[in-house]
Design a protein around this ligand. Structure first.
Ligand SMILES: Nc1ncnc2c1ncn2[C@@H]1O[C@H](COP(=O)(O)OP(=O)(O)O)[C@@H](O)[C@H]1O
Ligand SMILES: [Mg+2]
Length: 229
């Protein structure tokens, strides 16, 4: 399968995949594992200059969305495996004294610890750096979580690396009594968009996604809180 085009348009229904590539539509059976591999390879193959330009645009689109005006406590991530880097936002938050947290593995879930540039980081089991301080914040009291992803669709379904860590961490949002929850914003390159992902019962959907192309809101909450360009 040729993967160089940015026009890759994947449609996933359960484990079946239809892909339209540069105008040539073809069908194939492909597992989610294989879809993840394909999207990760596309993401990793972005030339460095393009990646820098896209990361800059993602930062601009995040600022334009108004999240920093509304966020009291924001969680981001440190890029891994070719994910978009949002270090520019970490810089901005550090300069503006906006509390910024990073995810830390805690058993099968994530907890969120405060981080400012220069603080000590320690690699976790996946070799991803994490803050090593003792303090952590309850997930439900974060205002926004910026989540990396492998794929997303136009309904806000999210495909992660396959560990289910964010889903388990955010499981409390599935309870009808859940009143307080962070706004979930996926961060991705446009080439990670797929036509339709099959959402499992445990999958927690995104409120919005930000790519180099702009902000897309999926939920009423996101439409209320964020500024589309
Ligand atoms: N709330 C949850 N409770 C228990 N297991 C979960 C929960 N959420 C996800 N999982 C487990 O994590 C695994 C990976 O989830 P999946 O959604 O495929 O990964 P990802 O979200 O990383 O793409 C699933 O097979 C599921 O068993
Ligand atoms: Mg999931």
């Amino acid at each position: 399968m040729q993967e160089s085009s940015s026009h890759l348009n994947l449609s996933v229904q359960g484990r079946n995949l239809t892909a339209a590539l540069a105008g040539n539509v073809f069908s194939m059976a492909q597992s989610l594992t294989s879809l993840r591999r394909t999207l990760r390879r596309l993401r990793n193959n972005l030339p460095p200059a393009t990646r820098r330009r896209f990361d800059f645009l993602i930062h601009q689109n995040l600022l334009n969305s108004g999240i920093l005006l509304r966020s009291t406590r924001l969680a981001g991530y440190l890029a891994n495996d070719g994910e978009p880097s949002i270090d520019l936002l970490l810089d901005t938050c550090t300069k503006r004294n906006i509390p910024y947290c990073l995810p830390v593995l805690h058993g099968q879930k994530l907890i969120f610890k405060p981080y400012v540039l220069g603080n000590t980081l320690k690699n976790n089991a996946f070799h991803i750096p994490e803050p090593s301080c003792k303090q952590s914040f309850m997930t439900r009291y974060l205002s926004v979580i910026l989540m990396p992803l492998v794929g997303f669709d136009k309904h806000g379904s999210r495909l992660g690396m396959g560990g289910g860590y964010y889903d388990r961490t955010l499981n409390f949002m599935r309870q009808p009594i859940c009143k307080k929850a962070p706004l979930l914003i996926g961060i991705a390159y446009g080439l990670q968009a797929v036509e339709k992902l099959h959402r499992q019962a445990w999958d927690i959907p995104l409120d919005a996604v930000v790519t180099e192309q702009g902000l897309t809101c999926f939920s009423a909450k996101a439409r209320l809180l964020l500024r589309s360009t």
